[in-house]
Design a protein around this ligand. Sequence first.
Ligand code: IPM
Ligand code: MG
Length: 356
Amino acid sequence: MKTYKIALLPGDGVGPEVINSALTVLKKIEEKFGIKFEFKEALVGAVAIEKTGSALPEETIKTALEADAILFGAVGDPKFDKDPSAKVRPEQGILGLRKLLNLYANIRPIKTYECLYHKSPLKKEVVEGVDFVVVRELTGGIYFGEPRGRSEDGNKAFDSMVYSREEIRRAAKVAFELALKRRKKLTLVDKANVLATSRLWREEIKEFSKNYPEVEVDYLYVDNAAMQIIKRPAEFDVILTTNMFGDILTDEASVITGSLGMLPSASIGERDGKKRGLFEPIHGSYPKAAGKNVANPTGQILSAAYMLRFLGEDKAAQAVEKAVDKVLGKGVFTRDIDSQNYVSCSRFGEEVAREI
Ligand code: IPM
Ligand code: MG
């Protein structure tokens, strides 16, 4: 029987709850598709800091390196937001994993569901048929560039935005390959009117796009892109952008769908000659809802579907996605979508499993 080693990193807040719902679904997949998962759970984020002093303990690093894929919940705890001088922060858990596993491309699909059009803050005509993907460069740019920190006298702080051609090309490859399988449109989002790194991106993408003559490429400044994503989201197909711009634009884009809880993400790359993948919902740890069994596990469940596809289990991935569509189509919603008539987080997972 095909066996996959899966590192389970639930993290903070609602992370463990949504991971549990995804597990209910994956157990059903084992039954139906004759594959097996060896799950190994590890600590990350604020819970890891509490138990070990580090947001990414050695044991977790080991588990992540040994796994075929990582299913990740969420990290973050408001405790740490109040103290800007804190040396250890929950976010170091996810940032450290991205760097450790060299997960250089982050894929975030933004798709609206007909049954949720009414939940979107945008008009129905605008959100109808929205289906695009943001490919965010994930291990470079201002998130990791050196030098960074404080001046000696402590009166200045700096972060460096650095990109190499190689970093741009490998993220671009993921985006162009994706575009080929989709509507063959790619938009590079940058700030080439101001930033040197953005000009390198444009130069490199112009050159790189010659390998993909079928793909139509256009270029948008990030400020304009922020506006267009709200004005005409249905026109985008694949958006390729840098680490920081991608972080901001995907939060913006996520509200189009009506609930942040719906959206999955895949972070992919390679290390030691092995393909690496980490799969997480794009929502955060939502501390206010933690322990109440009310979070929406859809983003986590769809992230598990992405993971299945990454492992080569396309049919299983499709089965999960179809089941989610069906359950939503039947009007089975969590509280974020219908505050009157809703099912719990765990129940939603059971409904999806049953549909499979
Ligand atoms: C995200 C998050 C992270 C990021 C945080 C938790 C460090 O906002 O995955 O979008 O900024 O990349
Ligand atoms: Mg973010």
